[in-house]
Design a protein around this ligand. Structure first.
Ligand SMILES: NC(=O)c1ccc[n+]([C@@H]2O[C@H](COP(=O)([O-])OP(=O)(O)OC[C@H]3O[C@@H](n4cnc5c(N)ncnc54)[C@H](O)[C@@H]3O)[C@@H](O)[C@H]2O)c1
Ligand SMILES: N[C@@H](CCO)C(=O)O
Ligand code: NA
Length: 430
């Protein structure tokens, strides 16, 4: 007869959206979890900023006002960090948990994007791991897919729409004909925005997630600073409409790939074919596209945020630890991850260029000349009527290097016919 294992004891720091969800799953699915893990999972202690009523019964758990004290308790096995923030309490408590020999489960992409390598090394030195399924694309089990199911593949490219708020804004712009500012305000009212909304609309939150996927996919140390970031704040309704006319949709798309030029990581608004899985992704849903040399392309779609989906991911990690499944934090020992060499030049692609010109003879010709001088070839060029003396102009280029596009855009400024700033978006082959 096998001897039954003692319960796995959790300390949960943070009782907000995610923390409450974790407590609810542990309380409602105790028997199911015990059957699957071969042992019970128990909550021993919790920590939050206050002891206010949260609509869940916490009476059986010890309360620690200080998350560091929670992390150091000798009666917990796993520290669940669902507070947020990449400095301060989350970092101090995670370090304390590791130092006192606990495994860590976290939903905190910002913390790992900034300190992932140091934390993973510290955990490894103690024979511990950090699991973070909830941190990337919420409920989609993409970390598990990459570290386990696809471990026999050399990964070629990973792409993702991983900020639900941005995808909500972009798809609602198309569906309602309302502009960015109106939909930003709607997101604020619906509570979709991070405390600092620039984390969402500036692409930073999604960039954090991409940097974690890069590390696992390519065996490199997390290099968030090397992610090229561009937000969605400058996308106009006109862009959404013109992209649609061309057969595309605009997505805040993350792409990471290892090229002969180095590691390319970008999180930028891109045009993708409207009929592709990425192009069809609506609302706040996330999608991750994984391309491996043996498996080909895998598309995973699902909820990237919210209490249930995020807590589901946290519990998947907890149950792995209860079962004794201990995959290294980034899929291989942190000491073997190589330093990422950021690509000096990013891959060429076709480009969408939108600008406003003075509607006068020769204006378009001057812009065409700039493109020619920069070595960029034009595929399509459209002027959609005019607004007084201003003419909105759309140009689609053949494949061109980003440096050549930047060169052309710099030349536009000297023509005397440009009004405002042009917008250049990649047309991504997905
Ligand atoms: N909400 C989501 O849908 C979602 C999805 C994926 C990942 N995440 C991540 O999960 C984490 C938590 O997010 P959330 O939405 O649950 O946040 P939240 O703001 O709803 O809750 C945060 C909780 O942490 C507690 N807390 C914060 N600082 C503390 C401190 N110094 N000491 C003690 N307690 C402290 C707060 O009291 C609160 O209970 C973040 O890292 C977030 O990025 C959230
Ligand atoms: N602000 C994030 C939450 C999940 O990380 C989003 O909109 O997707
Ligand atoms: Na996930």
């Amino acid at each position: 007869m096998t001897q039954s294992l003692p319960p796995l004891r959790l300390g949960i720091a943070g009782l907000g959206t995610v923390g409450r969800g974790v407590v609810r799953i542990v309380q409602t699915h105790g028997a199911l979890i015990a059957a699957r893990a071969g042992r019970r999972v128990e909550i021993v202690a919790v920590s939050a900023r206050s002891q206010k009523d949260r609509g869940i019964d916490l009476s059986a758990y010890a309360f620690e006002a200080d998350p560091v004290a929670l992390a150091q308790r000798p009666d917990i096995d796993v520290f669940v960090e669902v507070m947020g923030g990449h400095e301060g309490a989350a970092k101090a408590a995670t370090e304390a948990a590791i130092a006192s020999g606990k495994d860590v489960v976290t939903a905190n992409k910002a913390l790992l994007a900034h300190h992932g390598q140091a934390l993973a090394l510290a955990a490894e030195a103690k024979g511990r791991v950090i699991r973070f399924e909830a941190a990337v694309a919420g409920g989609i089990p993409v970390i598990k897919a990459l570290t386990e199911g696809l471990a026999g593949n050399a990964m070629k490219r990973v792409m993702g729409v991983m900020n639900g708020t941005c995808n909500y804004i972009l798809t609602r712009m198309e569906a309602t004909g309302q502009g960015y500012n109106v939909l930003f305000d709607e997101c604020a009212k619906l509570g979709y925005l991070e405390a600092d909304p620039n984390l969402d609309v500036g692409g930073i939150d999604a960039g954090h997630k991409l940097s974690l996927l890069s590390s696992i996919a390519f065996g490199t140390q997390v290099a968030f600073d090397a992610v090229e970031l561009q937000g969605i704040q400058n996308i106009l309704l006109d862009d959404i409409r013109m992209a649609k006319d061309l057969g595309y949709r605009i997505k805040l798309l993350g792409v990471t790939q290892m090229t002969g030029r180095g590691l390319e990581q970008r999180m930028t608004p891109c045009l993708v074919p409207a009929d592709s899985p990425l192009g069809q992704l609506q609302g706040g849903t996330n999608m991750v596209v994984l391309e491996g040399d043996s498996v080909g392309q895998i598309v995973m779609r699902g909820p990237g945020a919210g209490e249930g989906p995020t807590a589901s991911a946290v519990m998947g990690d907890v149950i792995d630890l209860a079962r004794g499944t201990r995959v290294s934090t980034f899929g291989q020992p942190a000491s073997t991850l190589t330093k990422a060499i950021p690509a000096k030049a990013q891959a060429p692609s076709a480009w969408y260029l939108r600008m406003t010109l003075l509607d006068k003879p020769g204006a378009l010709a001057k812009i065409a000349t700039c493109l020619g001088e920069a070595g960029v070839s034009i595929d399509q060029m459209r002027q959609n009527g005019h607004e007084g003396i201003h003419a909105p102009v759309l140009i689609v280029t053949h494949k061109a290097a980003p440096a050549d596009i930047a060169d052309a855009v710099a030349r536009f400024a000297g023509t005397g016919v440009l009004v405002g700033e042009p917008v250049a978006l990649r047309i991504e082959e997905v």
